[in-house]
Write a protein that binds this ligand. Structure first.
Ligand code: 6R9
Length: 653
């Protein structure tokens, strides 16, 4: 749907200038855009100097065999040394690296010196277990400091890690262990979630009965919940035994910049998981730079908190590698935001004086639903910047976030990126950009992105199409693990010499980018392309709606019919009258063609670890089909609830 609806969305557009104080001391100023435009590779070579190299790179980019990039290829470094040891050597051993808050209320403080000791011990343990550079290690842990320590220990010995989200099933774990041919699995008895211990070890035991997992010779188990665990002698070892008895000293070896750092599986919202491969020097360069630039991190005074799970790329890049490479102090929380009460996050933010806070729109919408009075009970005055990631943030949620969490004064950085891009690509710069609620706005310095039509022509301002990246970037994926062809097919074949992100996007009249959701989710209704994001955004702008998920269900007359699943706000009651009102509301905002055929109030929506709605499952429901793969849902009971409530949901008008 074209500029007409965009114009509607923009009608209420407001802009927020950077706060003067922040702008005056911002890490990055407008000059960075010019510098990078004039000499993109020179700009990235400069950013690489944020890192400590054992051998300085002399070549920035080798793009002689596109799209297989080599960044800083003659440089050598150790990623863990960059994230830990060098800060201790610089005299910051006493600085807190991690304020850990367990869900039951237990806490741990790890300084950079503590982290160095633990990472060295874990690296020595991996070596004793026979892990060599290049061996893959699967990590299946709750959000506890050992997850960070395990990742850094792998990086230290050059063993690529594959972190599997602790909420995934034994099936999902097994396919990832098989695909990466992992040699060691690091797990825990369990973690604390929603007020109770939640077991992890049984899923590992089950996964390792599957064919193709035989090469796992060791399972290293962290004791966290003290739940009973089954034990396989000769394979299972307690972390505290093996790691605990190691020397706290370990000499880091330097690896080539292109040495693999990690594999992280992404299914997007459809299909067989892809093992996205990231390497060392380019990845760390862009992650360190973007964390510095986008969050304006001042390591001496800021307290950073990214609420992502470590099993999502956001946890890799903005809990582990970015903040630690930059010597930040951060908060890490184990549990859910509503345990034991719905103000838990804000209580933690107050307790540690969090200054920079990064979360996902799904969490913001949940907080809106719980009510304004909850954050209002806490002193959030330490906050100076808020971030958003994972989905388009609808303008209503953006404004709520700014007013109720940011006291109407903090800038919001809406950061667009992907597992594949490794780090942030499109985002405002907090000291430079006048922000617009709902838009990720501008490619960062050194990043080249645009919007093209079906024929790969760049669209003019004010129109929509597909988001593409037009130049290689340091933290780009290098391939799909074991499947170069799929790498080419998925990302580089849709448009020649352009990386196809799979997202729809628009440029407004100022040339700012608005993300419109996955291209696979675009609906075709009576010959019109309609973006799910826009209809969802229109629904959520109604005071009775907390969350919305929209899908196109096959329809004989109109090709697809719009079917909306909505979560109502606390006080709104389900009624015929309300669904009619919502349909009319969408028609008014976006035009009659975008009016949902059906609106179905539900209690929950099916989501991935990063809060993305799994529309494919909702389409299955809307079309009365058997459900597809649910192994990457955070909570598979959600689908049963929706189905039970709505037998034959969308079959009637
Ligand atoms: C970091 C992450 C990537 C997909 C991406 C897009 C969506 C992420 C967004 C956003 C609009 C933003 N996405 N951030 N859409 N605005 N600020 O989420 O990685 O889990 O691989 O997902 O998420 O659709 O293509 P990943």
């Amino acid at each position: 749907m074209s500029s007409e609806s965009l114009a509607n969305l923009l009608k209420e557009e407001r802009r927020f200038e950077p706060p003067a104080e922040l702008a005056a001391h911002a890490n990055v100023t407008a000059e960075a855009y010019e510098r990078a435009r004039d000499d993109r590779l020179g700009f990235w070579a400069e950013q690489a100097r944020r890192l400590t190299w054992a051998t300085e790179p002399t070549e920035t980019l080798d793009w002689s065999n596109p799209p297989f990039a080599k960044w800083f290829k003659d440089g050598k470094l150790n990623v863990a040394y960059n994230c830990v040891d060098r800060h201790v050597e610089a005299g910051h051993g006493d600085r807190v690296a991690i304020h850990f808050e367990g869900e039951p209320g237990d806490t741990r403080t790890l300084t950079y010196a503590d982290l160095q000791r633990e990472v060295c011990q874990a690296a020595n343990a991996l070596t004793e277990l026979g892990v060599r550079a290049g061996d893959r290690v699967a990590i299946y842990l709750p959000m506890i400091p050992e997850a960070v320590v395990a990742m850094l220990a792998c990086a230290r010995v050059g063993a690529p890690h594959s972190v599997v989200f602790g909420g995934f099933s034994a099936d999902a774990l097994a396919t990832r262990v098989q695909d990466a041919d992992a040699r060691v699995v690091i797990t825990a008895d369990g973690g604390h979630r929603k007020g109770a211990p939640s077991a992890l070890k049984p899923a590992v035991d089950e996964a390792l009965t599957r064919p193709g997992t035989e090469n796992v010779r060791t399972v290293l188990v962290v004791r966290r919940t003290e739940q009973e665990v089954e034990w396989t002698e000769g394979r299972d070892l307690w972390w505290h035994d093996v790691v605990g008895r190691q020397s706290p000293e370990h000499t880091p070896q330097a690896f080539e910049a292109e040495h693999p750092l990690f594999i992280l599986y992404t299914s997007g919202t459809t299909g067989k998981p892809k093992g996205i491969l990231h390497t060392s020097g380019g990845y760390l360069t862009q992650i360190a730079y973007t964390h510095h630039a986008v969050f304006d991190l001042k390591p001496e005074t800021d307290v950073f908190w990214c609420t992502a799970d470590i099993g999502w790329v956001t946890g890799h890049s903005y809990i582990v590698y970015g903040p630690l490479a930059n010597g930040a102090t951060q908060v890490m929380y184990e549990g859910t935001p509503d345990t034991p009460h719905k103000g838990r996050w804000w209580e933690i933010a107050e307790k540690y004086g969090v200054t920079l806070f990064y979360t996902a729109p799904t969490a913001i919408r949940a907080s809106m639903k719980w009510g304004d009075d909850i954050p209002a009970k806490f002193d959030l005055s330490s906050l100076r910047l808020l971030g958003s990631v994972g989905e388009p943030i609808n303008p209503e949620a953006w404004i709520w976030y700014r007013e109720h969490i940011g006291a109407g004064r903090t800038p919001i950085v809406d950061t667009w990126w992907q597992t594949e891009t490794g780090g942030v690509m499109i985002s405002p710069l907090p000291g430079v950009t006048a922000t617009k609620p709902g838009s990720a706005q501008v490619p960062l310095p050194g990043i080249a992105a645009t919007v093209v039509d079906d024929e790969a022509n760049e669209v003019p301002d004010g129109s929509g199409g597909y988001l593409v990246l037009t130049e290689p970037w340091p933290s780009m994926l290098r391939t799909i693990w074991g499947d170069d062809q799929r790498y080419l097919d998925t990302y580089w074949s849709r448009f020649p010499n352009r990386y196809f992100a799979g997202d729809g996007a628009k440029k407004d009249d100022d040339g700012d980018v608005w993300l419109l959701g996955r291209v696979d989710d675009v609906m075709l209704v009576s010959g019109h392309n309609i973006s799910t994001t826009e209809v969802e955004s229109a629904l959520v702008s109604h005071p009775s709606v907390a969350e919305a998920a929209v899908v196109g269900a096959t329809d004989p007359q109109t090709t697809q019919a719009i079917c909306a699943f909505v979560i109502l706000r606390g006080t709104a009651a389900e009624s015929e009258g309300l669904t009619e009102e919502l349909r009319a509301h969408v028609a008014k905002q976006l035009g009659p063609i975008a009016k949902p055929r059906r609106i179905l109030p539900v209690a929950e929506l099916p989501k991935t670890r990063s809060g993305k709605i799994m529309r494919r499952l909702l389409r299955d429901i809307a079309e009365n089909r058997e459900l597809g793969d649910v192994s990457t849902l955070t909570d598979s009971s959600v689908m049963e609830l929706i189905q039970a409530k709505l037998p034959g949901a969308a079959s009637e008008d």
